[in-house]
Unconditional design. Structure first.
Ligand SMILES: Cc1cc2nc3c(=O)[nH]c(=O)nc-3n(C[C@H](O)[C@H](O)[C@H](O)COP(=O)(O)OP(=O)(O)OC[C@H]3O[C@@H](n4cnc5c(N)ncnc54)[C@H](O)[C@@H]3O)c2cc1C
Length: 420
């Protein structure tokens, strides 16, 4: 084989995986069909655990050099309750960063090259090479349009939510959920932010964070069922949502729009089997979820590390297939709670217990910070029933139970009667 590993896709999952494998001395070829630097439809929050990985990999200073400021404080406004706090420190890091993807993806590719990986852009993979039931390489077209075949012990699909590699190997999907939401985001100059701002409104979620180039990114999520009605005038839908978030709409209207609004309804939610003979998946190719929780980049980094550990162990005399099976178990364990939490957020129907949790946090700074950490993914187990009951307390739970009883015994309005 010419290579130990070929990685298809060189953004956050692919470039990080190529870098980590090359740092372990493996012969790595990483290819992507686009030319870098290149933007993609994605906003930018790297959550605190993702920043901790960049720190560990020695890349956090490079991220800072992109001009993306750290965000340590967040104001969370649920409509009923406003909570302001800071992220708890996690592995030596206490801030999230929101660099533009043009900068982030390019610096990861640089890091992969510096580690010794060969990175080729404008290389489109069009087919997999098979031998004796195993994937043994890729066929594609290079930047000059010439047909190319490259062979490797392992081909990794880091080629995103519509992964060609996953389709070509028939990777089984599980825990799949229907698309729940569409998202729009825009860039504004003259909209300074001292903190990150997050708003929850009926059927809406909004986030505003400072990004690179002295811009602020403002993101809106809404139920997919409203997409057809909204698509005629997405700008109006976006600005009307911001008008419902305190003075955010007014501040955005007073700022300068730096770039056009980006909108996508393409937000699948699924796990895919992550490995098979001669192939593996990483990042969105393996697990993709709605952007409302802003976890995809952090997931990609964590997955890159878990997968590269498994590949290195498997190629270093161990059983590669067994090591890859272990990677899938670790990946799923790490990501499942946040996947379920994200599905709840993207359903836009907070339950009574969730509203009670938010109300109970008022004035309790330590708990507010832990709640923000849970949102960021650095505090685990926060939303388990036992912890939620602890935070709400006996009195809060009794009040909630009384409210539920009153709601159940409320007289039914004529228009709400059912035929049953
Ligand atoms: C609206 C929106 C907002 C988001 N906001 C956030 C956020 O704030 N924070 C966060 O953490 N996540 C966010 N995400 C999610 C995040 O963008 C993804 O999780 C992340 O980009 C996944 O990275 P990846 O490297 O797995 O795949 P991708 O970024 O999709 O990269 C895949 C690469 O593979 C290449 N490729 C595909 N097919 C081929 C082929 N046949 N040959 C060669 N190359 C190929 C593509 O060109 C591409 O460069 C958001 C997503 C959306 C849609």
């Amino acid at each position: 084989m010419a290579w130990d590993v070929i990685v298809v896709g060189t953004r956050v999952a692919g470039a990080a995986t190529a870098m980590l494998l090359a740092r372990r001395g493996l012969r790595v070829l990483a290819v992507d069909r686009v030319a870098f630097p290149s933007d993609t439809v994605s906003s930018h929050q790297i959550q605190v655990p993702g920043v901790a990985l960049l720190h560990r990999w020695g890349l956090l200073d490079r991220v800072r050099q992109t001009g993306a400021p750290p965000t340590r404080h967040v104001r969370f406004d649920s409509g009923d309750v406003v909570l302001a706090g800071s992220f708890p420190a996690y592995q030596g890091v206490d801030a999230l960063y929101s660099p533009r993807r043009t900068h982030l993806d390019a610096l990861l590719i640089d890091a992969a090259r510096s580690a010794g990986a060969e990175v080729r852009d404008r290389f489109r993979v069009a087919d997999l090479v098979w031998s004796g039931g195993r994937v043994t390489g890729v066929r594609g077209w290079d930047r000059g349009g010439a047909a190319m075949t490259e062979t490797a012990t392992l081909v990794i699909g880091a080629d995103g939510k519509r992964s060609f590699v996953a389709e070509a190997v028939g990777a089984r999907r599980y825990r799949e959920r229907p698309v729940r939401a569409f998202a729009s985001y825009g860039y504004w100059s003259g909209l300074p932010m001292e903190t990150g701002e997050v708003y929850q409104r009926p059927g809406r979620a909004v986030a505003a964070f400072p990004t690179s180039d002295e811009l602020t990114m403002v993101y809106v999520s809404a139920p997919i069922a409203e997409f057809e009605a909204a698509r005629g005038d997405l700008d109006r839908h976006y600005l009307a949502t911001l008008d419902g978030c305190g003075d955010l709409g007014e501040r955005v209207r007073g700022a300068v729009r730096a770039e056009r609004l980006r909108t996508t309804p393409d937000q699948p939610n699924t796990f895919r089997r992550s490995h098979g003979p001669g192939w593996a998946l990483v990042g969105d190719a393996g697990v993709v979820m709605d952007s409302i929780s802003a976890q995809g980049i952090t997931n990609a980094f964590r997955d890159a590390e878990l997968l590269s550990d498994a590949v290195a162990a498997g190629l270093d005399g161990g059983s590669l297939d067994r090591a890859l099976a272990g990677h899938q178990r670790r990946r799923d364990r790490a990501i499942r709670p946040m996947f379920d939490f994200t599905m709840g957020l993207a359903g836009f129907a907070p339950r009574g217990i969730e509203r009670a949790l938010l109300r109970s946090l008022g004035g309790r700074q330590g708990e507010i910070d832990r709640f923000l950490g849970a949102f960021a993914g650095s505090v685990t187990g926060y939303f388990t029933p036992v912890n939620v009951a602890r935070v709400i307390g006996v009195r809060g739970l009794l009040r909630l139970a009384a409210l539920e009883v009153r709601r159940e015994h409320r007289p039914v309005e004529a228009g709400q009667r059912t035929n049953s």
